[in-house]
Ligand binder design. Structure first.
Ligand code: GLA
Length: 384
């Protein structure tokens, strides 16, 4: 649950000062997986789950962070920011401070209370929500304003440079720039984007396999390295190819034999996924839901078989959804290796669908999943 009024009271009681409050949402990616760091296309939507940040200035030169989720407080001098990550929740806000300080800002004494309901380690970008909420809050205290894309870049740097996860720009971008009732087709090369309306007749049903996923974990990094290996092989022959975004299936046919078998498969996923993502945005914009569903199914197969980023539980969750009434398309969403599937479902059948999917999954896998019926939500904002 995230309740701004409750957070305001909680902050006031703990710090004896009235805060400003900011919200940043988590996200679900409809299609376009592991394409962002290859400067390709992604199509995420922000969701109702969000992190709230309540902030107020302090006069004692201290930074005091409080997480309601963890029930923990962390204090340090604003003039002596911690220099390295400790693999805990504080890494995300401190990473944001570190990037702002590196940009020449002096971090002032402040109290920051954080409270969120984005499921953690579920592929729904709880870390990006935490970073973006913190960045908005601190920027307001500093009296600086960032555009949505600038905010996303700043938070991505916190994640890459301080937290130490080699993620792309998608999660921070959609958390900062999401729009109600829309998915966003983002070109990760120049951060230009196009909004694609999601009709009210379509619900986003997010089914959590309950298998934990982590971007900081080894598999994400290994996949990224394999993608870069494939790109380097193609670039030897065609130097204009700087990222797999620039490569084609025919490049793979010509030079795939020079790559390791894994690099070839990963590259095939990324190159075809870019094509599918652009086609999926067209399909959504033109209300061709059948085509959208077909592309999502193809994307899941590619993600599972070529990118090998799925798992038994996620494959089951996708397979079990196939013949349920109302399904438009289903696939594993996010960084992979667990987390959630996204199911586009006819809104009037969504509750029935969610219940049936949960029962099937529990029966087959022996784990009771969390299934959420969501709608595309607005990006990060101040709450008055
Ligand atoms: C994680 C990363 C993103 C993106 C996805 C995979 O969510 O944070 O940058 O690479 O995985 O599409």
């Amino acid at each position: 649950m995230h309740d701004p009024a409750a957070l305001r009271l909680l902050h006031q009681k703990r710090f004896q000062s009235a805060p400003s409050i900011f919200a940043a949402p988590g996200r679900v990616n409809l299609i376009g997986e592991h394409t962002d760091y290859a400067e390709g296309f992604v199509m995420p939507a922000a969701i109702e789950f969000a992190t709230l940040a309540a902030i107020s200035p302090r006069t004692d030169g201290k930074v005091v962070l409080y997480s309601e989720n963890f029930g923990e407080e962390c204090t340090f001098d604003a003039s002596a920011l911690p220099r390295s990550a400790e693999k805990r929740w504080t890494d995300y806000p401190i990473g944001v401070f570190a990037v702002l300080a590196g940009e020449g800002h002096t971090i002032p004494g402040l109290s920051l209370s954080l409270w969120g309901d984005v499921p953690v380690a579920s592929g729904l970008s709880s870390s990006a929500a935490l970073e973006v909420a913190t960045a908005l809050a601190v920027a307001s205290l500093l009296g600086v304003s960032y555009t949505g894309p600038e905010l996303a870049r700043l938070c991505q740097r916190a994640e890459n440079e301080f937290v130490g996860a080699s993620s792309g720009i998608m999660d921070q971008f959609i958390s900062a720039n999401g729009a109600e009732d829309h998915a966003l087709l983002l070109d990760c090369r120049d951060l230009s984007f196009r909004l694609a309306p999601i009709p009210h007749s379509v619900a986003l049903v997010i089914a959590n396999t309950m298998v934990k996923h982590s971007v900081a974990g080894g598999e994400y990094t290994t996949r990224r390295a394999e993608v870069e290996e494939a790109c380097a092989v193609i670039a030897r022959h065609r130097p204009v190819v700087r990222f797999l975004r620039d490569a084609t299936v025919s490049d793979l046919e010509k030079w795939g034999h020079e790559m390791s078998p894994n690099a070839l498969k990963r590259a095939r996923h990324v190159i075809t996924e870019n094509l599918r993502t652009v086609a999926a945005a067209e399909a959504l914009i033109h209300h061709d839901l059948k085509e959208l569903g077909r592309l999502m199914a193809e994307a899941h197969t590619s993600y599972s078989q070529d990118f090998e980023a799925s798992c038994v539980e996620a494959d089951a969750m996708v397979a079990l959804a196939q013949d349920l009434p109302g399904l438009i398309g289903a696939r594993l969403t996010g960084g992979g290796f667990g987390g959630c599937t996204i199911n586009l479902v006819e809104a009037e059948k969504a509750s029935e669908f969610a219940e049936a999917l949960a029962a099937r999954y529990a029966g087959e896998i022996g784990i009771v999943p969390q299934v959420h019926i969501c709608h595309a939500s607005a990006g990060a904002h101040r709450i008055d």
